[in-house]
Ligand binder design. Sequence first.
Ligand code: GDP
Length: 327
Amino acid sequence: MRFDIPQLTQGIRAGDRRALSRAITLIESARDDHRDLALHLLDALGQDRQALRIGLSGTPGVGKSTFIESFGLMLTGQGMRVAVLAVDPSSARSGGSILGDKTRMDHLARDPRAFIRPSPSQTQLGGVARRTRDAVRLCEAAGFEVVLIETVGVGQSETMVAQMADLFVLLLAPAGGDELQGVKRGIMEMADLVLVNKADGDLKAQAMRTCADYAGALRLLRKRAQDRDGFPLAMTVSALDGAGLAQAWDRMQELVAWRRDTGVLAATRADQARHWFREDLRTEMLALLTRDPELQARMADLEAAVAAGRMTPALAARAALAPLRDD
Ligand code: GDP
């Protein structure tokens, strides 16, 4: 596949969704020459355009796709351009992607103001992280004002998405009884908004009770520097009939405006940039090491020694890098 960088740059800056798709294919490529082109492209695009990045998490079945469709259409209906990126490390296992199912978000997918990109099927979470970050930047360069980054509730991917989002939204379903649905505390602690979905019909009363339980649980969490008074908060929504979506959007905007005014948003983004720089550095260093045939052979030997219990992992890691040290 050939990629014309100046043409892609121009297409993306003009908001052309096909150019954007193609560019995402480029950044998802594992080929070294494609990686170089991707870095050029990202550099050429600059960082002057920024979107509101919203991380959205929830276990399968809580209504994420229904929510994204309704919420996305509400925003595009207000004239905004909305991109949806999915992060699903498990998709590598099933060989498909959670968005591969054509019936998901089909109204939004047909909306000219929207762009939906399924999860890359990558086995390594690290690879998914880099590709998703790059995809977010491409969407921003293409002029999307809101980028929704969707993830399935499996823990590690939430942390990763939270590290690239301005806002983190946790979607829940009404729970029976008074148990808190086994939501991991760590995930709760990342949430800015907890939305209890399906607050309609027979489920409405139950959704309201669940929401009150979560509001109580959120109050018990330690306050974070990025919390405006009253946040994190829990509210009910119905992705199906649209109830509460406008209110949820109002609260998101309120929180982001506050974070922008107080400098919290800029500080968070700076922290995130530092975090990803370190992550990328680690990945690049490892890639550099494994590219050297001699080091590669050495690492294979050491790995075998570790697996056989002849050496501790820590010592082997040291030994692997010994040729690079002059001490
Ligand atoms: P996902 O797996 O999280 O993406 O969940 P889906 O969006 O596919 O929704 C799972 C099921 O819940 C589907 O049958 C939806 O129709 C249903 N659902 C989603 N949102 C709502 C809602 O607001 N109210 C009701 N009653 N059902 C909903």
